[in-house]
Design a binder for this molecule. Structure first.
Ligand code: PLP
Length: 402
């Protein structure tokens, strides 16, 4: 050393205690359920490829097939129609590309994709890419009402107009508002029009029954307490489906690649745990109490989609003069995890296409906070959030608080 003093290291900001944080962002991802953790560990200890014929391979295969059965049960579907994928995004892409390419040679070729304006980007972006790349295929958006419900009459009019087979994409429930879509009604009109229906059931799975007639249904493991990186497409027999990823013939030749055994095992266990929907009345009561308290404390609070049927775990609201961007940071510092908009863009604050489609003004949408309860949420979590919001609102309205 030459006697010169070393620069003083800058103090690192303290690391947040992740374990102690209150997690109210289950629509973004729901923490691993204990049952899923056990199943995943057991599966990863097998050390066999589900396609191998020896005993270890057969043991791995049994895990995959048991999980397939559990996942099909959650969806009320046939076991053999389940195709495991890397998640909800891939499953939506497989359905969209698979349906369009799978029908190219058929007499009833898909030439139109109608997508509800509130779909997740996993549907919107893939549908747009197909319309851009595949000659003769166009895409159109189905509007929604101010309550965030797909406008069924507008869809009927769109189906009547023009020619060509149509693939209609309507999610079962929205990830931002939790608004549940009238799929029974929609499915009937789609049948009458000879169209095909793709339902993104990622948020609805494990929260409401998935009892509707879809040609393609998508689910994702991590939204129900399984690992991230696992999901499925359930494609009805006879629905056109060309594989996106060809390979060694796995998943009935519809999705090549050695299966994600631990992920699939966790998905099966989480699906079994969620299938009864047994925890939903408790989560709904928790959410309803939280919203009642929001309105009691700040009567000007707007709850988006409040007049519609919603998932019992989801609350998307704006408190006047509280900006979502500021709120997210302040809540984070208080040890609370919530979201400001679309699940997959948690952390990024940008105008929500869902709220815009519901005609919510930009300045109101800029205050939208999404709280999503889940299997491990408690009353005291909601109370802690309310206490933190109290501080925030007082800071935003200093004169009112004085
Ligand atoms: N569809 C909806 C409605 C979602 O909320 C999400 C994720 O937030 C996805 C699809 C994407 O699923 P995954 O994260 O498994 O790719």
């Amino acid at each position: 050393m030459d006697g010169q003093s070393l620069p003083t290291p800058r103090a690192k900001p303290p690391k947040p205690d992740i374990e102690a944080m209150i997690y109210l962002d289950h629509n973004a991802t729901s923490p691993l359920r204990p049952e899923a953790a056990v199943a995943m560990t057991r599966a990863s200890e097998i050390g066999g490829n589900p396609s191998s014929v020896h005993a270890r391979g057969r043991a791995a295969r049994a895990v995959v097939e048991d999980a397939r059965e559990a996942v099909a049960k959650l969806a009320g579907a046939r076991t053999q129609d389940v195709i495991f994928t890397s998640g909800g995004t891939e499953a939506n892409a497989l359905a969209l590309y698979g349906a369009v390419y799978g029908s190219l040679e058929a007499e009833a070729r898909i030439t139109r994709i109608f997508v509800s304006a509130i779909e997740h980007p996993a549907v919107l972006a893939n549908a747009a890419a197909i319309a851009e790349r595949v000659a003769g295929v166009r895409m159109a958006e189905i509007p929604v009402t101010a309550d965030g419900i797909v406008d069924v009459e507008a869809l009927r009019a769109m189906l009547r107009e023009g020619k060509g087979r149509t693939l209609v994409c309507v999610m079962a429930a929205n990830n931002e508002t939790g608004v549940v879509q009238p799929l029974d009604q929609i499915a009937k009109h789609i049948r009458d029009a000879g169209a095909l229906l793709l339902v993104d059931g990622v948020q609805a799975a494990g929260k409401i029954p998935l009892a509707f007639d879809a040609d393609y249904l998508v689910m994702s493991g991590h939204k129900i307490g399984a690992l991230e990186g696992i999901g499925c497409l359930i494609a009805k027999e006879g629905a056109p489906l060309s594989p996106l990823v060809a390979g060694g013939g796995q998943e009935r030749g519809k999705r090549g690649g050695t299966q994600n055994l631990a992920g699939i095992a966790s998905f099966g266990a989480a699906a079994s745990a969620a299938a009864s929907l047994g925890d939903m009345p408790r989560q709904t009561a928790l959410r309803d109490r939280f919203e009642a308290e929001l309105i009691r404390r700040w009567p000007q609070t707007i709850v988006f989609g409040a007049r519609a049927r919603r998932l019992g775990n989801t609350s998307n609201f704006a408190i006047p003069r509280v900006a979502a961007e500021t709120a997210l940071m302040a809540l984070d510092l208080d040890g609370l995890c919530v979201s400001s908009g679309a699940a997959c863009s948690s952390g990024k604050v940008k105008a929500s296409h869902v709220l815009s489609a519901m005609d919510v003004a930009d300045d109101i949408a800029a205050g939208a906070l999404r709280v999503s309860f889940g299997w491990n949420s408690t009353d005291s979590d909601a109370d802690a959030l309310l206490a933190s919001l109290d501080k925030l609102v007082a800071r935003a309205n200093p004169r009112a608080a004085a």
